[in-house]
Design a protein around this ligand. Sequence first.
Ligand SMILES: Cc1cc2nc3c(=O)[nH]c(=O)nc-3n(C[C@H](O)[C@H](O)[C@H](O)COP(=O)(O)OP(=O)(O)OC[C@H]3O[C@@H](n4cnc5c(N)ncnc54)[C@H](O)[C@@H]3O)c2cc1C
Length: 344
Amino acid sequence: MQRSVDTIIIGAGPGGLACAKLLAENNRQVLVLERKQIIGPKVCAGGITWSGLLRHVPEELIEQAFPEQSIFSNLQKIKISEPEPIVATINRKILGQWMARAAADAGATIETGVTVRKITADHVVVQYTDGKVRTIGYTHLVGADGSTSMVRRFLKISTDKMGIGINYQINGTCTDMEWHLNTKMFGSGYGWIFPHRDTISIGAYGDQHNLPAAELKKRLLAWAAEKGYDLSRQQARAALVNYDFQGFSFGPVLLVGDAAGLASGLTGEGIYPAIITGEAVAKKIIDPDYPADEITAMAKKQLQHQKVIRIAAIHPWLCSLLMEWLVFLLRIKLLDFHALEMAD
Ligand SMILES: Cc1cc2nc3c(=O)[nH]c(=O)nc-3n(C[C@H](O)[C@H](O)[C@H](O)COP(=O)(O)OP(=O)(O)OC[C@H]3O[C@@H](n4cnc5c(N)ncnc54)[C@H](O)[C@@H]3O)c2cc1C
């Protein structure tokens, strides 16, 4: 062993950084290992909700905020509005840099350009960009390494429930935040148009089992063209969204965010769940008796979202009926938009 630390966190996404900050604030020795050189950038539409992260980030991080949401199904078009912004957009690089600064200021050590290659019961083997390999011992290991988590594989936890999202970030501006529950194109998923400050996120999300990535991309390009956006020469970026939660605490090894499978399978929302689980895992490391009720509540919310996906998967007409029903309930205000969010 070349060195040893109390807690190693693999991954400097929102989950890992939230965990690191809280541990460091409680005087725990914490080392965050991130394979990317720059913290923050991640395939993402950058949507954050009022009940979730929106009220907890400084105003300058908000790119645009939307008190109105335009929702389209195959047959309906509705606009819901509230006095406060319902969803806002953020830039993931700026969010990541802000969170990394806060964790470092609290005393966490963050190393970038370091890829964890191997995990054992008491140490990890890491490789630096110059090719050097080192072993680092740990007392606690936190897997905050995203939807294809190596820590999850080390724990031998299978991952079956997986969403897939494709994002195009194009230059330009537009005014409305749009959700398109177009079941012919995206099944139980949706297409989105999320305006940022001087770019627009256009993308689609679907269930990996029903819509393989190549097919989702083909449909997204066709759908965007109908909306007047030619994406054929733009750079697509795709990533998986793990929503297969099977627990988060496994002795000295704990899972956070997408690695724990705590994103929403229905909407793909995962930034806020990652932050909440990151903080809960830090509390669990500080006090092993900590009940982590916030994770239980989040898992319950996620199960409700899964029920919708399960019903929608039975038959395409049932999927269309369900989405029309959801939009109708939103229209007559019997369903609150916040029920579709991961925060309570
Ligand atoms: C197209 C798309 C759009 C999305 N839009 C939204 C949205 O609008 N709003 C929302 O809330 N969520 C959205 N999500 C989901 C959101 O991006 C994730 O849920 C969130 O980033 C999860 O955070 P995390 O900290 O768990 O993991 P991540 O953000 O994935 O961070 C994991 C980190 O671990 C690092 N890592 C992985 N393996 C290793 C290793 N072996 N060694 C070292 N480092 C490693 C990675 O480089 C990465 O930085 C979207 C997802 C996709 C795919």
